[in-house]
Design a protein around this ligand. Sequence first.
Ligand code: NAD
Ligand code: UDP
Length: 321
Amino acid sequence: MRIVLTGVAGFLGSHLAERLLQEGHQVLGLDNFLTGSRANVAALQAYPGFTFVQHDVEDPWPDLGPVDAVLHFASPASPNPRSPFGYPNLPIRTMRTNAWGTYHGLEMARAHAARFMLASTSEIYGDPEVHPQREDYWGHVNPVGERAVYDEAKRFAEAMTMAYHRRHGLDVRIVRIFNTYGPRMRMDDGRVIPNFIVQALRREPLTIYGQGEQTRSFCYVDDLIEGIVRLLFLEAAPFPVNLGNPQEYTILALARLVNELTGNPAGLRFEPAMYRQGDPKRRQPDITRARHLLGWEPTVALPEGLQRTIADFRQRLARGD
Ligand code: NAD
Ligand code: UDP
């Protein structure tokens, strides 16, 4: 297949591109390096089936010739207002990338009768009142809160994707991704696992926002990519599918685990929860739909996935990346 993939310089985009190239597909990767890295693109250039197009997906897309699938993964993804790469510091761009970017991607898919996949998020559930979250839960989102630029833009993108399916019969996929981590994550994007690993390797205390009682469920990147590829090549699936690891951890337990795995003696530092307005208290995917539809479930437990991620961060820090 000839596949257009936006966000190819980013964490998930680069892993997904690599997997598709290894399977013999052609990948036309789009990115403007807003939060991604040139090193990720350089590594993909080793595959003859890879073409890179530097482009801001907010703007009308260039003609890329006939395509079989369009996968829209471009978007800032970190909620941390302390990082220049967090979406609270890129509010309008985040909304445009998810609104205009989705629109342009859907139009390209329609022009070529291609399949369209949207990288959506567990954030569309907001600070959930239902636990764990199933796809038929409509969510609890503050439309004017700090996180709304991301949550509401992704909700809009889902609605537009379904509108193209209903109005034009477009073959669409919506993947609701829950917290995913692994090698190649940007070390300074402010998400919790990169923050903790970098702090631990520098022998600094890990910064916990609030008391660390909030929970998240962390999926290792290889597991997520396997689920995405299965969903992409399914006959039809015009509805959202949760992908994530249902094993739930408090942030405090995660911090202790990172310190244990890295032998960091510096402990923890508790910081005011006010840094994170609207921080969801609990998050855990119900993956019943993915289990039935895709025969998929995660296989990498958090300690194992963290070890692999720590090894990658250690190497990149030693190189001075
Ligand atoms: P990332 O920041 O590593 O990658 C995003 C990529 O998109 C970057 O390379 C960035 O430069 C590119 N980009 C952003 N705006 C762009 C624009 N206007 N034009 C072209 N390129 C642009 O983040 P990620 O973790 O790889 O996330 C990828 C996708 O998955 C995002 O849509 C995100 O919302 C979604 N997602 C990720 C997670 C997760 O845990 N990693 C969870 C839920 C959803
Ligand atoms: N968090 C933390 N310390 C950090 C970074 C994040 O305690 O240095 C917390 C944050 O408040 C949230 C959780 O970790 O409750 C996950 O945050 P992340 O930014 O990774 O993503 P989210 O799941 O909130 O989108």
